[in-house]
Design a protein around this ligand. Sequence first.
Ligand SMILES: Cc1ncc(C[n+]2csc(CCOP(=O)(O)OP(=O)(O)O)c2C)c(N)n1
Ligand SMILES: [Mg+2]
Length: 211
Amino acid sequence: MVIETDFSVQLRAYELMYTSFCMANIYEENRSVCKYVHANARGHEAIQLATAMQLLPHDCASPYYRDDAMLLGMGFSPYDLMLQLLAKADDPFSGGRSYYCHPSSRDPRYPLIPHQSSATGMQVIPTTGMAQGIQYKEQQGLLPADAPKSVVVCSIGDNAVTEGEVSEALQFAALKQLPIIYLVQDNDWGISVSGAEARCMTAYFMPKCRC
Ligand SMILES: Cc1ncc(C[n+]2csc(CCOP(=O)(O)OP(=O)(O)O)c2C)c(N)n1
Ligand SMILES: [Mg+2]
């Protein structure tokens, strides 16, 4: 019996987890240089990399404001990310005009990333719209016959999920069965709001299974 021993994917993931960890430490040690508000993937590295390493250039993604490990997993370099941190003109996302980890990209080497706002939850409706656009093109036969299927990933935190517009987007995506994955990173906190406070209501409902 031959046992597969190709650990290249795991090694790459581990390398990127460690890179992300080191970047967070460097930022912390250089607070006087990294003056602006910035968040990082600390504690969230594994889920972000597991997601990013599945994405292909014809997919779309809205990374959350702490998803720098996800950006590393897509193929962006630490240098690329730090250009935005330090508001440099060569920043590949916004030419130094946005906060750290607020990506936007039409670079054909990576998934398509729409502009990311600092207002949490605001990414959800536009990103759901991208999935609707993909579905529309498929249904209308507007894509080449051999075009690969695209998926959209919308990343968000447990607290931003409580925002009203997020409910609207989830409802619409379920109704239309859109090709979108909502990745909720649940760390039980939204700055100072605990999970117990944010999720105090019990008015859940079970949607009918459409499978
Ligand atoms: C609309 C809006 N309200 C408040 C804020 C301030 N804010 C920034 S991050 C954050 C917490 C978000 O919590 P969560 O979605 O759980 O993300 P986490 O930081 O825990 O990953 C808040 C309230 C904001 N950026 N936008
Ligand atoms: Mg949270």
